[in-house]
Write a protein that binds this ligand. Sequence first.
Ligand code: 5SP
Length: 222
Amino acid sequence: MTLPLRIAPSILASDFSKLGQEVADVVEAGADWVHLDVMDGHFVPNISFGPDVIKSLRRYTDAFFDCHLMIAPVDPYLEAFAKAGCDGITVHAEAGPHLHRSLQTIRSLGKKVGVTLNPATPVSVLEDVLDDVDLILVMSVNPGFGGQKLIPSALDKISRIKSLIGDRPIEIEVDGGITAETIGAARKAGANVFVAGSAVYKGANKNAYRDNISALLKAAEA
Ligand SMILES: O=C(CO)[C@@H](O)[C@H](O)COP(=O)(O)O
């Protein structure tokens, strides 16, 4: 099944001193989704922001909030992120303790359900949750920091996931090192949602963001 191509800028690369404006600007510049990287300093070696910040960002846009939770344990916080205004919530298969339970909880909260795999996690962990998810996020870097280079084995992983999901209308999202140079290969492999932090937020103003998103779209469609 072919799903729409979506650009999801990660606000991790934005200027946190004016986060609301940075979210509004990137949406005005053509972002399809806003990607929210939540980090706990435990599951990943960095700390970003939590549900209160997301709640305050909701005032700046109605765009889809694509929330990537890099936290463990994750279950105690799912309701707070749903209430904060996330539209989709993605949890790590590695975060545990019970992936299926986490996915069911997100579904019961009425949100789009996502699961993500770190670079070293095999595709086989998805086999028994395929009917419980709307989105699979393939990490093309080890999570925790923006500005890293895409790990090439992620491309083959995307292709294998594309075959595995068959006709199911599951979005395949890729995150890490997505630039005008790498997005084409990720699209060819089968991804339709592209998270990009540094490649979108470079230039630090709305016009630059528009040009950066256009460059990504052009490269993806080439
Ligand atoms: O989740 C993460 C990192 O953990 C990513 O969303 C990165 O923040 C993407 O940044 P770039 O590689 O596009 O700069």
